[in-house]
Design a binder for this molecule. Sequence first.
Ligand code: SAH
Length: 481
Amino acid sequence: MKNGIVYFVGAGPGDPGLLTIKGKQALEEADVILYDRLANPKLLEFASPDCEFIYCGKLPDRHFMKQREINALLVEKALKGLTVVRLKGGDPSVFGRVGEEADALHEHGIRYEMVPGITSGIAAPLYAGIPVTHRDFASSFAMITAHDKSLKGTPNLDWEGLARSVQTLVFYMGVKNLPYICKQLIAYGKSPSVPVIVVQWGTWGRQRSVKGSLENIQQKVQEHQITNPAIIVIGDIVNFQTHSWFESKPLIGQHMMVVTHGEDEDPLADKLRDSGADVIEWPKWRTENMPVNEEILQRIGTFEDIFFTSRRAVCEFFQTLASKKIDIRQLTAGLSAASEHAEQELEKRGFRVSASQPESEKRLVVGSRHAVENMQTQKPCSLYVTHENVIDDRFTHMIQRTISESPLHMIICPSKPSVQQLISAGEQISISPEPSASRPPIVCIGDDSAAGIYGFTAVQEQEELFALIQNQQAEKKLLHS
Ligand code: SAH
């Protein structure tokens, strides 16, 4: 059997938009993806429905997957002839052990390619308003690990050289050793007043940063409970922090969950993201194809009205027509749809959308199995099931982990079915709908049925939701030093 190939892909620092095009292509082609804790799991949505995901970060039952176990897995999967992606946070070559993993592949004659990524040491400061170089204040910067192989637990570095000759010092993995770093730099000649910024979860919606000096940054980090992952930037450049366009977004720092219901994607999650929130969608869905209904296709030209329940239904239906070599000019029916997205999808294909004719005897309803079965029609009509939406379990664990790592500030159910989804299956990700002190607020749009029993907040529309979040934000004191 032919050996497979391994792509080492830099996932970027967190913001999923910071993945390279080449990285995205590798994810799309992968049969298996081994991913790290700091790679945004959202990137796995680019993978094909049957790609296997293997988490290589901290596990609940033991510490970390050991480096040699990761190496062995890469070799094992590639020897099976698979296309493997090793997805690493930031850039694979910056404190990412990519050399060790590549050596293991080389020993077995396995081909590999490297896809660089944007490293957090540059991106996190930039999202906080600080470039690492500046013509007037910093002509050099160094990326330094504060967690090396030294047995003492403190990094063994040329402190004198760093203090004397590099203007901007960027430390990775440094929160635990921050007091030691500051002490060493002062001891080797940096002024105690040299400014420092610590940026936690840089480029994620949950980014936070605190600023101080070599003398007082430790105290501020403790006050604001800044923990890993964080980047420490030390140098005069920190004083020239411009306005942080990112941290000024209205919903920055908010970690939210949008409950999905399997039909077309809801643009709400993206709207919240654009406003700066960190948004996770649960559950993730995949579509399963249904057998082609030949009987309906044979009389496709006889319908007077065809109604599509979702955008995906439109795509699947026309794909089936194409694969069956049915000329769309056979369609003489008026076409209508249940949502704006579905209408747009029809218009994209050159159709004029008409008003639905529920009274028509010769009506065909096209949609997912669930949508078609729940369709309430006034007169009997024909039904065409294009696909079935099923929950993609590959994402469940990572969603649960994300929530336990960074608590949610709000759960949003944008529709009636999503309220039912949360009540019936929330336990799968350790969220009980029952009111409790630890449960985040739950807001439902356009459905107040769960307000009484479960204490969910009901709002009529999205604008009201945004106003509600902004009021909550205003009440909270913004974190700034
Ligand atoms: N290869 C990665 C670094 C891996 S070492 C890169 O190029 O970014 C892990 C350390 O990176 C963390 O302890 C933290 O110091 C830093 N880090 C990674 N992602 C980060 C982020 N989004 N914000 C701040 N620091 C981050």
